[in-house]
Design a protein around this ligand. Sequence first.
Ligand SMILES: [Zn+2]
Length: 158
Amino acid sequence: MNDANTAFPATRPPLGCAALLMEVLRGELRERELPFTHQREAIARVLFESPRNFSADEVGEALRERGEQLGKATIYRTLALLVELGLATENDFDEGFKRYQVQVGAARHDHLICTECGRVFPFEHPDVDRVLADVVASSDFVPITRQIKVFGTCNECT
Ligand SMILES: [Zn+2]
């Protein structure tokens, strides 16, 4: 990847990145009590293994080349899910359809997790981003993704 001093560069997936992103996806689905299905894995793999901007049709083609026959609705739903989870971005290039690209570097998975009811609360805070950007820059480290998890009890369970 390129400039290690850039805090969270969105660039080409490095070697090993697809496997790591797949682990992140597995964890995110588990937290939401959604199954890590073969279809979800196959669709995510197409995105994770390439820096390309894929249309849903192109994802379908890539899957067919790999011997997978998946319905369009499943592909659309899974792509939307990957965007929701911060693992992909949805881009509109005025072509009349959306394109999807793996999100490397900028993907944040910061959550408060209730150990009683299992609910997951995503959070964002600019100070957290700033501190981590400093840590990454001063360590000369190229980040792929990050996960901060705080376990505890939510206001309905305390
Ligand atoms: Zn709770």
